[in-house]
Design a protein around this ligand. Structure first.
Ligand SMILES: Cc1ncc(COP(=O)(O)O)c(C=O)c1O
Length: 450
């Protein structure tokens, strides 16, 4: 990247953003009066824009901002809207439920239907719910600790499973360290969490050998430090090790559900002991699910029966509420369908190939990684093999510059690294619009590799 050109481009893009978005500027100023850091969730500052873009409405693959621009959305709420904004079946279900009550702390007939659909799609027989993937991860880890009597959690370096505290342990020069950016963290996370590199079977075995690991919590392919795909045969061998040392395998499919029908595990024949799915499972309505094998469920039920009376520490009041159950029923039975994937997967591949062409034409030594409907370009010539390699290539400044340039040209991609999602309503024209915008931005800031 030519930094002098890039910085001058950034100045111009920031000015252009400010000029294009006067209504967002007013709304941002109003919001700043009573909102901590000016936004409902401080992550909304991470877009690298001079002030937060405000949204008027979103539908399908498009977001209309407060100033009336229609943006093609490849961020899709960072996966929450992976099946498009306001999918009509979810809209209908919510409209119907809107006059029937939202929460009673009792099940409706949707409960059994949703659980059956989950069992069929993910090949695990027993399910519970949460309101976020974070909580679903937190709860399954607690059930497993209770069920196995083991305390230790094993994760892969660079993982992200939401803000479940236990996972914020990184490998720094081979040493496990607690992440220093955590706010208000008072517990020693190193006590019960071990961390190894993804795709490193020897390290995995070494960490499991003592026989004290309750479970390995993993994304089947890493997506949160840039994408890292499993090496061929990795999961087959890893799962054999996990079983040999009496631990359980929990797959967090919250992002990898992009792979295909039933997520990565179904597509690749992995049989986890437990599975977590949040974000898009309710079409963007807050909810999440976690499933377990019959054996684990048996142990979990026994652990609850054997525990003294009182709070389990698992669950929240609105979990399984009527609105989110209705949204999940519609999503699982009418939205996350084979037909939806049949549209998304080839179009995402077209997008990936288009980006590869753009990079090749400019002789840029970057690579493009695909995970079904999810595509990412990374600032390295070959795909990273683990979290350390992927993390080393993250570079917030060029990322923000590219994202802002795209936004000003009517295209949204995720504010974290360079990740894009194709949804059932994304069209070939939308993909061409992204490619044209990316070409224009790259031509402003990069120097061809010689
Ligand atoms: C793999 C994975 N698991 C869990 C989460 C947490 O989701 P939420 O923030 O909805 O709790 C994320 C969020 O990005 C994720 O990528």
């Amino acid at each position: 990247m030519d930094w002098e050109r890039a910085l001058s481009f950034l100045d111009r893009e920031r000015a252009l953003y400010t000029e294009r978005n006067p209504r967002s500027a007013v709304l941002a100023a109003q919001a700043a009066v009573h909102l901590l850091l000016g936004v409902p969730l401080h992550w909304m500052r991470d877009w690298g824009t001079p002030f937060p873009l405000h949204v008027a409405h979103a539908s399908g693959a498009h977001v209309v901002d407060a100033d009336g621009h229609t943006l093609v959305d490849f961020c899709l709420g960072d996966t929450g809207a992976m099946f498009g904004h306001s999918p009509p079946p979810v809209q209908n279900a919510l409209q119907h439920q809107a006059g029937q009550g939202y929460t009673t702390m009792l099940p409706t007939e949707d409960a059994a239907v949703v659980a059956k659909a989950l069992s069929e799609q993910f090949s695990l027989p027993c399910w519970q719910f949460a309101l976020s993937a974070t909580d679903a991860n937190r709860y399954i880890v607690r059930w497993i600790r209770a069920a196995t009597g083991r305390k230790k959690l094993l994760v892969f370096n660079g993982c992200y499973h939401g803000t479940i505290e236990d996972v914020f342990v990184d490998l720094v020069q081979g040493q496990a360290v607690q992440r220093d950016s955590l706010l208000g963290q008072v517990h020693d996370l190193l006590e019960h969490t071990a961390v190894v590199e993804f795709n490193d079977l020897a390290a995995l075995e070494a960490a499991l050998r003592a026989g004290d690991v309750a479970c390995v919590l993993a994304e089947p392919a890493m997506t949160n430090i840039g994408m890292v795909l499993p090496a061929p045969g990795f999961w087959r061998a890893a799962q054999a090790l996990v079983r040999r040392y009496g631990a359980l395998l929990v797959m967090d499919e919250t992002h990898t559900i992009s792979t295909g029908v039933g997520g990565y595990c179904q597509v690749h024949g992995i049989e986890p002991d437990a599975l977590v799915l949040g974000k898009p499972v309710g079409g963007g309505v807050p909810c999440a699910v976690y499933g377990m094998s019959a054996e684990l469920a048996g142990h979990a039920v026994r652990a609850k029966a054997d525990a003294p009376p009182g709070h389990s520490g698992i669950g929240t009041t609105l979990t399984g509420n009527m609105l989110s159950m209705a949204a999940m029923r519609a999503t699982l039975t009418e939205v996350m369908t084979p037909a939806a994937y049949a549209h998304m997967l080839p179009l995402a591949h077209e997008l990936a190939e288009g980006i590869r062409d753009l990079l090749a034409e400019r002789r840029l030594p970057w690579c493009v990684t695909e995970l079904g409907a999810r595509v990412e370009f990374q600032f390295c010539p070959v795909p990273p093999r683990n979290g350390s390699e992927a993390g080393a290539r993250l570079d917030a400044e060029p990322e923000h510059l590219i994202h802002l340039g795209l936004l000003n040209r009517g295209v949204l991609i995720t504010p974290f690294h360079n990740m894009m999602l194709v949804c059932p309503q994304t069209t070939a024209e939308d993909v061409q619009r992204l490619l044209a915008a990316l070409a224009a931005v790259l031509d402003e800031v990069v120097v061809e590799a010689s």
